[in-house]
Design a protein around this ligand. Structure first.
Ligand code: TRH
Length: 404
């Protein structure tokens, strides 16, 4: 509540709006696979409720997956209040009147009776937004905020997150970078976080790596080289198929919460952790190996050297997306950064041998760290996604041409 009041004090327009009417925002999240869909939905729902004072209703079709990153969720309940957000099972949309703003995440399909009620309310009384996937491709700027006419005269607005001012930006809580800095300035915070996950304290000078990638080929030779290295490495392995790949190399089953050592390499299998704890792991690591969308964005806010394992698509569309992001990320980067990021990210994504690209990357860590900070500070000069979504939810949009 304190955050809400502070935001209200800082934003006259929001204050007027809130005094008159507390808007209800309906967010819809269909969990396709993994955690990215609910990861984005949950993060955004909390920010809209906490910082913007919206009455947020989050409809989710897979509460079991949701619970893994938010343990307060009871998958048996059709309706529950968690951290200031009303969480509904998917089917509850059939019984409820639509809110003032409806946000479909990633083009998920709403139930026809709910859509009919949206159409009945009409364009003057509500907004309908499709929050799209994140991409650094240049066409995103031209498609952001384009309306798509729907039967019943209401437009659906396409909202594209992105990395440039002409896009919808990235999710970033108002206090995120301050919290990160305060946390990193307190060695005790790191110690407590690691201890609470049963992780052994890293030896001095050890390299710490958070591994949250998709499964990939040729992981074994990389693990072998870490084990043979002079410098100790701690590998914090997130649950999922990547752990099975590590287990193949270990010839044993490392269970969640367990640790084992091979030469210079200490391998720790993490349990699922709530999103805020996940952020702390990114802040605690020297290198973040991340994937998909949300962890990829959070690693950028962590301002850490990172490797991005992009979500693989059947038609290889991900190659273009990866290239487009590297172009932006490395545009003003020093040569050592470009020359180490491109080979390692390419090798990681294509399942190639990693050893030479990895050792070059490690040799450039100080420059990579500086670059990660510069990039994070640059991104932070742009308005965050929730703020832009609020604006998109209230502005009359008649001028841009429809998106066909
Ligand atoms: O899990 P992801 O691969 O998710 C997605 C989905 O596959 C989605 O369908 C696809 O559209 C998208 O990628 C591109 O990766 P992502 O996006 O990084 O989401 C992971 C989320 O899970 C993120 O919010 C962090 C959270 N998380 C935790 O909170 N705790 C954990 O222990 C772990 C492992 C993850």
């Amino acid at each position: 509540m304190r955050v809400v009041h502070q935001t209200i004090r800082n934003c006259g327009a929001c204050a007027t709006l809130l005094m008159n009417h507390r808007e209800t925002w309906d967010l819809f999240c269909h969990v396709v696979d993994n955690f990215g869909d609910i990861g984005v939905g949950w993060r955004l729902a909390r920010q809209l409720a906490h910082e913007h004072g919206r009455n947020v209703r989050l409809f989710v079709d897979d509460l079991n997956t949701y619970r893994l990153i938010c343990p307060q969720i009871n998958p048996r309940l059709a309706q529950q209040s968690v951290d200031g957000v009303q969480v509904f099972s998917w089917g509850r949309q059939l019984q409820l009147e639509p809110g003032d703003v409806v946000v479909e995440l990633f083009g998920c399909k709403l139930a026809p009776p709910y859509v009919e009620r949206v159409q009945q309310r009409g364009p003057d009384r509500m907004r309908w937004i499709n929050l799209e996937h994140l991409s650094a491709e240049p066409w995103v700027e031209g498609s952001h905020l384009r309306p798509s006419p729907q039967p019943g005269g209401i437009n659906k607005l396409f909202f594209f997150p992105g990395f440039t001012p002409a896009t919808g930006g990235l999710i970033r809580e108002a206090d995120l970078l301050t919290r990160r800095d305060a946390w990193q300035a307190m060695p005790a915070a790191r110690r407590i976080a690691l201890r609470s996950l049963n992780l052994p304290p890293p030896p001095e000078h050890a390299l710490t790596i958070l591994l949250f990638s998709y499964a990939r080929d040729r992981l074994e030779s990389w693990l072998q080289s870490l084990a043979a290295d002079d410098r100790p490495t701690m590998l914090w392995i997130c649950p999922g198929p990547i752990l099975s790949a590590v287990n193949n190399w270990l010839h044993m089953e490392l269970l969640m919460g367990q640790t084992t050592v091979r030469g210079s390499l200490t391998l720790c299998a993490l349990p699922y952790v709530p999103q805020d704890r996940f952020d702390e792991l990114l802040w605690a690591a020297d290198i973040c190996i991340v994937r998909g969308e949300d962890s990829f964005v959070r690693a950028q806010w962590a301002a850490r050297p990172m490797v991005w394992h992009i979500y693989p698509q059947h038609d290889d569309a991900h190659d273009k997306k990866l290239g487009a992001f590297m172009d932006l990320y490395l545009k003003d980067a020093p040569a050592e950064v470009r020359d180490t990021v491109i080979p390692l990210w390419t090798a990681w994504n294509k399942g190639l041998d990693l050893e030479s690209a990895w050792s070059e990357f490690i040799a450039a860590l100080p420059q990579l760290r500086r670059h990660a900070h510069r990039w994070c500070n640059h991104l932070a000069t742009q308005p965050d996604l929730a703020h832009q979504l609020i604006v998109a939810g209230r502005v009359e949009r008649s001028s841009p041409a429809p998106l066909l």
